[in-house]
Design a protein. Sequence first.
Length: 412
Amino acid sequence: MDKHSAIAIGVTAGLGVGYLLGKAYPNALRVEKDDTKLKKSAKDLDEVERLIRPNILALTPYRCARDDYDQGTSRISTGILLDANENSLGPPLSGHEQLQKMQLERYPCPYQLELKKAITDYRNQNATEKISQANTFLGVGSDEAIDLIIRVACTPRVDNILITPPTYGLPLPSFHINPQEILNAVTASTKVIFLCSPGNPTANVLRCRDIETILESEKYKGFVVADEAYIDFADTSSLCTLVNKHKRLIVLQTLSKGFGLAGIRLGIAFGDPKLIQVLNNVKAPYNISKLTSDVARKAFSNLEELHKSVALIKESCEVSNVRPRQLQEKHRVIAELQKLSFVRRIYASDSNFVLFEIPQALAVYREMASRGVVIRYRGNQHLLTGCVRATIGSRSENDRMLELLVEVSGDQ
């Protein structure tokens, strides 16, 4: 492969203690399975099922006694619950009335249907194609979804995944993918292609037609994963409503960026219902806490505030209560960077950060960090020599970053 090629990564590690135990002690992991699924012939499997490892496809999800009587709503029942060895006296939180009302002594709902409905209602706004709770998986950050996608699809030492370092066979300023070169790079063992839109650290949104070209190709029949962590800062719509049209498309999102909720660790995967069911089968039984769920639902009930905060970061907006002529922070930061003679290049941004090239980038990054302003050095990534990435913060934070950048760069 030349320097512009995508990177195919063999799946040889990172499959967890369960896999290692299974290799060392074959009888240690006896997982309940549905034998009828194992008996399905290849011709009876659809395009999604064919991509799932057969032993994973045969798994049945964990079920507790409560599932037989309460299929997936709030999980808080007025009945007497003596099935899960919970502490019915509750936690030591006297004096914290709001927390006491949450009934944290009970295990959370493993289905999170109310939260999934809030998420899909939001993403379905103005969308021609609609998605439902059946298309939605919730994880502990999008990291959990990425981990499970690889686990369920890739056989260790057999399959590989393909990633595209910042650009793929195109001139440096654009950072758009080249679908044909990606298709040239895949092999019969490639199970998953990972793409970022908007990219990180490139901050550009990928073209929908490029992703669809890959999905519709006769050469590649694996999953295409589009990581949309920064989609709420972009002016384009999410790809998530296309997962029913393209069954091998998986779209990842998070509440860590636009929603400003990195602390609750909630990630989302949208996909074909059969894939989502498999992900639910292999996830930990109660992976989303009651606290996380409640905070997330409150955020989705207050979308006007989300729109305002995103608008203050983006270059322009038409959101109420934001002055139309107000110079938005990202636009202002970019304008200030353009005035600096030592800034060699500023890349277009559809996200809440700016990528730019400067001399002595690593030294500048380290010196700024030592003085209390932490940006991100990206010069060690493919095609990003001399680049740093700065998140758009508050006005005072941005002012201090720019001031120190000038001061430190002048010392280099």
